[in-house]
Design a protein around this ligand. Structure first.
Ligand code: CUA
Length: 333
C-alpha cells in the first residue's frame, strides 16, 4: 500500500470524508458493494498493469532488433507459444470467473431479507421531492414526512419504493446501492445502517429539469433518538403561540393548504410535501436550500428562481404576510 501513488491516496482521503460516497460505507449493503468494487479494482488493475508491461517489453525488444529479419519469429504452433496462450487464457477466464461469482454472491446477499421484523418505510418519488411514510408497528398507521429519512442504527429497514410520476432512483451511497422508483410498481430495498451520522441521498435517475435538486438528508441515529423523532413526527402541529404566528397560520390556510398538509390544522393538500414538522428538517425543497427563515421566504416568494420548473407556484403575498408564513413554518418543529 505504501507504493500507491500520491494522487491515488488523495482519492482515498476525499472518500473518507464523504457523506455521499460509496467508498465510505456505513451499512451492511454498502460494505458488500464496496468490497466488490475493491476486488474488481484490484483484479482489473493488475491485469491492466500486466498488459501494459508486456506491451512495453515487446516494444523495447522490437526497437532493439536491428531489422525485421533479426526479430524472432513465433508461430502459434510453437509449443512455448501455445503454453503461453493457454496460461493467459486461463488467467483471464479465472479472473472473470472470480468477478462473476463475487458479483453473484453480493447480489444475493443484498436481496436476502435480514430480518422479518424490519422497520417498514414507504418512499414515493415526486418531481422533485420525496414523500416518506413510516409504519407505526403499534397501530399499523402510516406516519408521513418528506425529504429527510431517519433510520435507527443496527436495524434493517425495509424500504418500499414507488413513484407518483416518472422513474426516479433511490440512492444513499454510504448505506446501500441504488434502486429505481417505477410508476405502477413497488420495488423493495433493505438497508442496515451500522454507523450513526448524517448522510446524503440523491435521486440517481434523470427525472426532469430539477433531477439534480432531488436530494434528501439521511440521519442514522440510535434507537432511542429514532423513537423520539418518530413520536415527534406522529404528533400534529403545535398551535400558533402568538399573533404573528396566528397570522401566518391564517395566510397558510388560504394560500398554501390546497397543496400542503399540516396535521392538526385544516391544511390537507396532498400535491406537495407534508409540512407538519418542516422546521425539524435540515433543508427545504428537497436538499436545495439549508433550512432557515430567509430560505423559506426566498422559496415562497420565488420558487421558480430557486428551483426552475418546480411545481410549487409563486404565491403573491404582502411582505408582512410572507414574513408571518415563514415564521409560522419555522415554528412547526
Ligand atoms: Cu428524481 Cu431524478
Amino acid at each position: 500500500m505504501k507504493r500507491v501513488p500520491a494522487f491515488l491516496a488523495l482519492f482515498g482521503l476525499v472518500a473518507c470524508a464523504g457523506n455521499q460516497s460509496v467508498l465510505n460505507p456505513a451499512g451492511d449493503q454498502a460494505r458488500s458493494l464496496a468490497s466488490l468494487l475493491g476486488l474488481a479494482t484490484w483484479i482489473s488493475g493488475i491485469v491492466y498493469l500486466l498488459v501494459l508491461s508486456f506491451l512495453g517489453i515487446s516494444l523495447w525488444r522490437a526497437r532493439r532488433a536491428l531489422s525485421v529479419a533479426d526479430r524472432p519469429s513465433v508461430e502459434p504452433s510453437d509449443p512455448a507459444m501455445r503454453r503461453t496462450l493457454i496460461l493467459w487464457s486461463g488467467l483471464i477466464v479465472g479472473a472473470l470467473t472470480i468477478l462473476i461469482v463475487a458479483s453473484f454472491l453480493v447480489d444475493r446477499s443484498l436481496a436476502d431479507a435480514r430480518s422479518r421484523e424490519a422497520l417498514q418505510v414507504r418512499v414515493t418519488g415526486h418531481q422533485w421531492w420525496w414523500r416518506l411514510q413510516y409504519r407505526d408497528p403499534a397501530t399499523g398507521t402510516w406516519i408521513e414526512t418528506a425529504n429527510e429519512l431517519h433510520v435507527p442504527v443496527g436495524r434493517t429497514v425495509r424500504i418500499e419504493l414507488g413513484s407518483a410520476d416518472v422513474i426516479h432512483s433511490f440512492w444513499v451511497p454510504n448505506v446501500a446501492g441504488k434502486m429505481d422508483l417505477i410508476p405502477g410498481r413497488i420495488n423493495v430495498i433493505d438497508i442496515t445502517p451500522r454507523r450513526t451520522g448524517w448522510f446524503r441521498g440523491q435521486c440517481a435517475e434523470f427525472c426532469g429539469l430539477q433531477h439534480a435538486h432531488m436530494a434528501f438528508d439521511v440521519k442514522v441515529e440510535n434507537q432511542a433518538e429514532f423513537q423520539a423523532w418518530l413520536a415527534g413526527q406522529e404528533r400534529g402541529a403545535s398551535a400558533p403561540g402568538n399573533a404573528v404566528l396566528a397570522q401566518g397560520a391564517q395566510v397558510f390556510a388560504v394560500k398554501c393548504a390546497a397543496c400542503h398538509v399540516v396535521r392538526g390544522t385544516g391544511a390537507g393538500g396532498r400535491a406537495g410535501p407534508d409540512l407538519t414538522h418542516v422546521a425539524a428538517r435540515r433543508s427545504i425543497a428537497a436538499g436545495t436550500l439549508p433550512f432557515s427563515r430567509g430560505g423559506l421566504q426566498g422559496w415562497i416568494a420565488q420558487p421558480q428562481a430557486v428551483k426552475p420548473g418546480t411545481l410549487m407556484p409563486a404565491v403573491a403575498l404582502a411582505p408582512s404576510d410572507a414574513d408571518a408564513v415563514a415564521r409560522y413554518l419555522e415554528s412547526l418543529r
